[in-house]
Design a protein around this ligand. Structure first.
Ligand SMILES: C[S@@+](CC[C@H](N)C(=O)[O-])C[C@H]1O[C@@H](n2cnc3c(N)ncnc32)[C@H](O)[C@@H]1O
Length: 198
């Protein structure tokens, strides 16, 4: 896991330099209150959270290695580290004011179930901050991404190249504001709960 986390950072470094890190910063600095980060990975977002306005930070992933754990504790000494799937969040309803996920829902086996759980644990008036890679925005590329997905999924820890996460968020009842689409496959935005309870 430690090796995987180092490898992931090395793989991502050119993308981070090319603008992904700036997008992370713009997104996660909006987090406030009780914050849940889903799929913390190697902790690439940690440096960008503001210290003020965050009452608590909970980092969740299927696995949390020592390197990531140390990074989290450096940033948030009182952080809660939780090993679980977003598909079955071990928290009561309305536990968090902000839920953050970046580059996660490409890998979640059941995104509908995961987003229903996000909705359940989000407090009324809470905010979801997301940055995901999705099916290509330029539709003619779509068949290529569909064809490449099975092989990529095996090589890249279950990652799919053809997810429609914005549409899935909307189907889960979120009111979605897409803030940016970039590099053809990335989308970032803010979502609030909920279209059917507004
Ligand atoms: C590509 S990494 C992204 C890590 C980090 N969020 C980032 O932006 O660099 C995807 C992360 O999502 C996690 N993940 C995948 N499926 C998950 C699930 N069902 N529940 C929670 N985390 C999950 C993986 O373990 C991995 O750490």
């Amino acid at each position: 896991m430690e090796f995987g986390s180092v490898l992931f950072d090395a793989f991502m470094a050119p993308l981070e330099r090319a603008g992904l890190a700036l997008r992370r910063r713009d997104l996660v600095q909006r987090a406030s209150g009780r914050v849940l980060e889903i799929g913390v990975g190697s902790g690439a977002n940690l440096a960008f959270f503001r210290r003020t306005g965050i009452r608590s930070y909970t980092g969740l992933d299927l696995e949390i290695g020592g390197r990531t754990g140390r990074r989290i504790r450096q940033r948030f000494p009182d952080a809660q580290l939780v090993v679980a799937s977003v598909e079955e969040l071990p928290f009561p309803e309305a536990s968090f004011d902000t839920v953050v996920f970046t580059l996660v829902f490409c890998s979640v086996d059941d995104p509908e179930k995961g987003l229903a759980e996000v909705r359940r644990v989000l407090a009324p008036g809470g905010t979801v901050l997301f940055l995901e890679h999705v099916a290509p925005l330029h539709r003619p590329w779509r068949p290529l991404f569909d064809a490449a997905t099975p092989a990529w999924r095996r090589m890249a820890g279950g990652c799919r190249l053809n997810r429609e996460t914005v549409a899935t968020l909307k189907r889960a009842g979120f009111l979605v504001e897409v803030r940016e689409r970039f590099n053809g496959v990335f989308v970032s935005g803010v979502a609030a709960c909920c279209a059917d309870t507004a």
